[in-house]
Design a protein around this ligand. Structure first.
Ligand SMILES: [Zn+2]
Length: 315
């Protein structure tokens, strides 16, 4: 073997031995869990993946096996104080309102609009969502408690795959416990599509306004135990006009008002039941270079959201 060949051989050997080591080190430096990446990046202690384990804990149910985060301590603490002398009391009725894209970035810009929601809320939780910060990926995590790599929707177009959510959801847990669930959402939107083929009811509407009206009707006239009402208005309007356009802000105001109306309707219809209403957006948004709203990145505008929890004991 010539000297040149020997050097080449030794260099190759060193590279072969060293390369896997450096790759492993780089891999270890990245958070392994899709829920933690944004919590670490933005220094926020809560994840939107805690919605499912929290609602399960309030209702005395076991969360799905793939749900990876603990329930929200602040919500459980409030519930424990509220139920006081009745430590076995569980939440019996749940209304979840999903106002698409109404992220934390809006709150400091429009404090007067958000004030009534803060005032009618028992516990506000600021949390991060998951990447990419788009609707089906984020709601997949909210209603399974699992990161995208586990629940199965890793990009927007996955919502068109047959049965894209590969694990058990909050809705499956409720159905298995003999509870009645309905998802009310505009036809063809992510929430209308990704949770199909489960033993629950689905109502596809023509608009968010109609979804809100049907939810009010269900509160008055049905015996559903969990109602999910989806409002995609702010998201659609800001994509076309920009996140601060007057039309977009009108849609944001509708989201807040509709939730407060639904909360009141739930108080009337479920006055005898222990109940939860929650306002749970999936992501925020920001303007692109052309002044149109967009989202999907890891920046705070897209990934930090407030979830609002309100709990009442039945009389
Ligand atoms: Zn969305």
């Amino acid at each position: 073997m010539s000297r040149k060949t020997a050097i080449l051989f030794l260099s190759l050997l060193a590279l072969m031995l060293f390369l896997p080591f450096t790759q492993a080190q780089e891999k270890d430096a990245e958070p392994q869990n899709g829920l933690e990446i944004l919590m670490k990046k933005h220094g926020i202690a809560n994840s939107t993946a805690q919605v499912t384990p929290t609602i399960c804990a309030l209702c005395g149910l076991t969360p799905p096996e793939t749900s990876q985060m603990p329930p929200l301590e602040s919500v459980l603490k409030f519930w424990n104080e509220l139920r006081g002398a009745d430590p076995d009391a569980v939440v019996e009725k749940v209304l979840i309102f999903c106002p698409d894209a109404t992220g934390d970035f809006l709150v400091p810009h429009y404090p007067d609009d958000w004030k009534p929601l803060f005032e009618k809320t028992d516990v506000r939780v600021k949390g991060t969502n998951v990447l990419p910060s788009v609707t089906p990926v984020c709601f997949g995590t909210i209603f399974t408690g699992a990161p995208p790599e586990t629940h199965g929707i890793r990009k927007y177009s996955d919502k068109y795959a047959p049965d894209p959510i590969k694990v058990k959801t909050l809705f499956d847990v409720f159905a298995a416990a003999g509870k009645k669930v309905v998802i009310v959402a505009q036809k063809g939107c992510s929430i209308d599509m990704i949770f199909r083929n489960r033993p629950i009811d689905y109502v596809s509407t023509k608009s968010s306004k109609e979804s809100v009206e049907i939810t009010k009707k269900f509160l008055r006239e049905s015996d559903y135990d969990l109602i999910l009402c989806y409002d995609g208005n702010y998201d659609s309007v800001m994509h076309g006009n920009g996140v601060h356009h007057p039309k977009s802000i009108a849609a944001m105001r509708d989201s807040i008002r509709w939730y407060l109306e639904l909360s009141e309707a739930a108080d009337e219809a479920w006055s005898g039941k222990n109940r939860l209403t929650a306002f749970t957006p999936d992501h925020g948004a920001h303007d692109n270079s052309k002044g149109k709203g967009t989202h999907g990145s890891d920046r705070a505008d897209d990934t930090v959201v407030n979830h609002f929890y309100r709990l009442r004991m039945g009389k």
